[in-house]
Design a protein around this ligand. Structure first.
Ligand code: PEP
Ligand code: MN
Length: 277
């Protein structure tokens, strides 16, 4: 594992990236940074550009970028955000360079963003300009292992280093598939593990976007413990019920603490069980 990725490890050796779905205000950010720091979480997610299913509020955009970086860097945290276009990647590069060109940052390509030309451009802009950027890519919306693996090939072919890539399993759009648990997106944990073994990069589970609602986030995060995920990308918000995006699935601070405790406890149980068999 690269030292950048090592920096993200939580004390049970899992990578945890947590924070609100979208950056909404300075106050929200300050509250979330303060809360996550006290728990020892090192990376905070908050999207400044939001892809939406139907046209609506789509993030603070460039206006939020500067203070997102300022607040996180000031407190020694690693900011994480989605990037949709190479134009946005360039803006991020310019703004990071105003602070510190060597700053650690995590950017990700989301599930909806499957224009490979743009994916490669994003990878190229970041690889050439930000030596300490980790690039994550989520699986695409539809279930197709070859396509998921192909995203990695595109990023590598654009010059992104293998040891700075992470992938995220956020489930697949249900479409007409049976969905007895009524999940927002259907996981395929076995596929996620095959992708991990083939690509030899860390794979995170995103229980928030698989579940779609708080109660199911717990169940999905616990189920993921039975697989060899390297950690989690989780949504948590200081005023979850009033969140501007994904309000049903964002955990409150107390729910997030409860989930972490459960995961820590259950991971021990799973380990003991695995050692015993
Ligand atoms: C998100 O992480 O908030 C998001 C938009 O996720 P996805 O790309 O998985 O839909
Ligand atoms: Mn979200």
């Amino acid at each position: 594992m690269s030292s950048l990725i090592n920096n993200l490890l939580f004390y049970n050796n899992k990578i945890i990236i947590a924070g609100p779905c979208a950056l909404e205000s300075k106050e929200q950010l300050k509250n979330c940074v303060k809360f996550l720091r006290t728990l020892g979480i090192k990376a905070i997610r908050a999207s400044i550009w939001k892809p939406r299913t139907t046209p609506s509020w789509d993030g603070l955009g460039i206006n939020g970028l500067h203070y997102f970086l300022e607040e996180t860097f000031q407190h020694g945290m690693i900011p994480a955000s989605e990037v949709l276009t190479s134009q946005q990647a360039k803006k991020i590069v310019e703004t990071v360079q105003e602070f510190d060109p060597n700053a650690g940052i995590i950017l990700w390509i989301g599930a909806r963003n499957q224009n490979h030309i743009e994916q490669r451009l994003i990878a190229q802009v970041l690889a050439e300009n930000l030596p300490n950027a980790l690039l994550m890519f989520k699986n695409q919306m539809w279930e197709d292992e070859i396509h998921w693996l192909g995203i990695y090939d595109h990023l590598i072919s654009a010059g992104y280093p293998h040891d700075k890539l992470i992938t995220v399993h956020r489930g697949f759009s249900p479409g007409q598939s049976p969905n007895p648990e009524n999940l927002r997106n259907i996981p395929n944990y076995e596929m996620a593990m095959r992708v991990k073994n083939k690509l030899e990069i860390p794979v995170l589970c995103d229980p928030s976007h698989i579940a779609g609602s708080v109660d199911k986030v717990f169940h999905i995060a616990e189920t993921a413990l039975l697989y060899d995920f390297d950690g989690y990308l989780i949504e948590v918000h200081d005023n979850a019920k009033e969140a501007k995006t994904d309000s049903k699935q964002q955990l409150s601070f107390s729910e997030f603490e409860k989930l972490l405790q459960l995961l820590l406890l259950e991971e021990k149980v799973v380990k003991i069980h695995k050692q015993a068999v």
